[in-house]
Design a protein around this ligand. Sequence first.
Ligand SMILES: Nc1nc2c(ncn2[C@@H]2O[C@H](COP(=O)(O)OP(=O)(O)OP(=O)(O)O)[C@@H](O)[C@H]2O)c(=O)[nH]1
Ligand SMILES: [Mg+2]
Length: 509
Amino acid sequence: MPTLTIQVGQCGNQLGSAIFSSLSSPSIPSPSSLTPSTLPPPFPPPPPSQFFRTTQNCASHSTPIARAILIDTEPKVVERCLTSSTNRDCNFRYSKSNSCVIGAGGAANNWARGYASSSEILEKCMDKVTGELEKSPYTPSVHLLHSCAGGTGSGLGCSLTRSYSDYHGGKTLLFNTIITPFESGEVIVQDYNSALTLSSLIEYSDAILCIENEVASRACSKMLKIAHPGVKELNGVIGDSVSSLISDSYPSLTEYTNSSNSLQLDDVIRHMVPHSSYKMLSHRMVPMMPEGSIEFSRDTWESGVVKRLRQMHRCGGTLECDVNWRKDVDTSVSIANLLVLRGDGGLPRMDTPKRNGILDLESPNQPPLNPNSNNPNSTPLLPNPPPTQPTPPKPNKPKSKAPPTSDVWSVDCSSFSPPNSTYVPWNPSPFKVTRSHVNFKRYEKMGGLLTNSDSCLKLLERVDNAKVKFDARAYVHQYEAFGVGVDEFEAAFLNLDEVRVRYRNLSHA
Ligand SMILES: Nc1nc2c(ncn2[C@@H]2O[C@H](COP(=O)(O)OP(=O)(O)OP(=O)(O)O)[C@@H](O)[C@H]2O)c(=O)[nH]1
Ligand SMILES: [Mg+2]
């Protein structure tokens, strides 16, 4: 099932490029991989069909096209994304007609300016979105990417999220990946913009993945040993972390072997947000290491990947270098966790290239997709696919094939299951694990963990910085000029305080 990505502002667009680049990167068979001798030499495997489409009847040769809309209020970044995706070494490309540059000068780091974009601008963006949606029979999830601190990504990103929710809410689930600014402060009003962004998304988005630039920067310097990481390096780390979670993976070997659908973004949202009062997600990834060290690493699944992720989760650390191995009780109470394990098997098998890859929706011979993801764990609190949607016939099943000779399917992950992990008592199925034997890039074994827990409190506490400025009414006039005054600020702070109280109370539930 397709997922539409909407990239807004400088950060959203640059990050989108990094995520699509990671999603379309070839996996490299590792020296000790269990299957590569039977496989042809490395070549770019088909990227996940959820995020790409192909053009007419030439699926095997054409470059996959990202299902993405590129939006900004200044042309530079969008143009750079379009140009770099035409480079020979790029494994995907953007559709030029999906770019939408409105205005000419940016939103001057002012959330209100971006949010107050005219209905004409919103309509222009939504027309592009509709144009892309019409290329697929049904799109159950939309992934919006933007920063919190600027004006366009944060303000227009929130306005688009709201419009999308108004037009398509109930039929489509919205997943916002947002980048929070460095605490040291790059933009003087970044705390205002972050507070207004979070408050708005909590209302209109279905799930919010918060990624801190601070953490990405430490990942680059401490884990990848990059001396002076720049935006490109930060985006490399974030792109890999996000794509390792959302790329194709399967709940079980049976589902993989029977060619059932892989986990889709709407399934992720339903699992991770079982109650609409708790939408804040965070992520972790293991391993992260310098490129040159990867081939020397010989991790085992249980002690090398799962145990390390479990300990990071236990002590609330986002990076492996923060792990305190002496801690033996969970610091946080979780609402839900999703563990994704990838690797051991090298490349995808080549006998059924379509299976892991792109379904050519524009080809007349392509069997239609089944829009019913029928996830048994889905809850009625988030919208399911629309009941009026006609159910297309089931796709022809590709021939069943021998299971991959990889042990990723049998890794013991029970340390994340209740009661071995601390969960709220009201979620009957808080833990899910999905797997793929396809290596993630060069990593022989890797694990990603998506968490909904009270670990988001640290981030929410940063709102207090905004309150201090607001008490002095600093810069508020700049927001008032675009319709966001004292009342709107106070409503946003109140909204965020309520979220804090809800998450804080998890440990008393
Ligand atoms: N990780 C990451 N952060 C970025 C990137 N570009 C900008 N940022 C962060 O985003 C914030 C600034 O937001 P931008 O996305 O540049 O702003 P914008 O949405 O284009 O809005 P205006 O320029 O104000 O119209 C700062 O916190 C930057 O550190 C990027 O490519 N990657
Ligand atoms: Mg900008």
